[in-house]
Design a binder for this molecule. Structure first.
Ligand SMILES: [Zn+2]
Length: 170
């Protein structure tokens, strides 16, 4: 392995460990506690989404800020050595993330991305509460709840994109 700062190495190891990395566990525990039922790494959906809520037709991706290249995020700092190598790795992941979300949207699925940094203790509660709120909103929308300011014909795809942007904002 290349020379990495302790923090980068930690992130690297966490990513090798894979499925049960801590940020994803936080989300899963929250969902379970709130009665949202899900399955993991659905093999038949594009990108094998981390968390799939069928009832909500929603996939949740819990992204490491470094590996998925979280724009403008303090956890996404390119290593000073072998920069091109890391950059192209991150670019590939970004490209794949984008493709996967588009494919899911085409199939009528919503995607929500939660970034690792949004699960830091200081912002965790807010992030998770927003997640629950978003899921309930999606559920109502999917089931044709009519409100005065929501156009009923709004395509599901648009919502997925809006949500994605919202979660990427910070
Ligand atoms: Zn981040």
């Amino acid at each position: 392995m290349d020379k990495l700062t302790p923090e980068q190495r930690h992130r690297c190891m966490a990513s090798i460990k894979g499925k049960d990395t801590k940020p994803e566990m936080l989300v899963r525990k929250f969902l379970w506690r709130r009665g949202f039922r899900y399955r993991l790494n659905h093999p038949r959906l594009p990108g094998k989404p981390d968390i799939v809520l069928r009832k909500y037709r929603t996939c949740i991706f819990v992204n490491g800020c470094f590996w998925h290249g979280h724009e403008g995020c303090g956890l996404f700092v390119m290593p000073k050595t072998r920069t091109e190598f890391w950059q192209s790795k991150v670019n590939r992941n970004r490209g794949r993330d984008k493709r996967v979300k588009q494919e899911l949207a085409n199939m009528g699925w919503h995607s929500i991305t939660i970034w690792e940094c949004q699960l830091k203790p200081s912002s965790r509660d807010m992030t998770l509460e927003s997640l629950a709120y978003t899921l309930n909103k999606i559920f109502l929308l999917n089931h044709g709840a009519k409100t005065y300011n929501t156009p009923v014909q709004e395509p599901a795809v648009k919502v997925a994109e809006e949500r994605t942007e919202y979660w990427s904002e910070r």
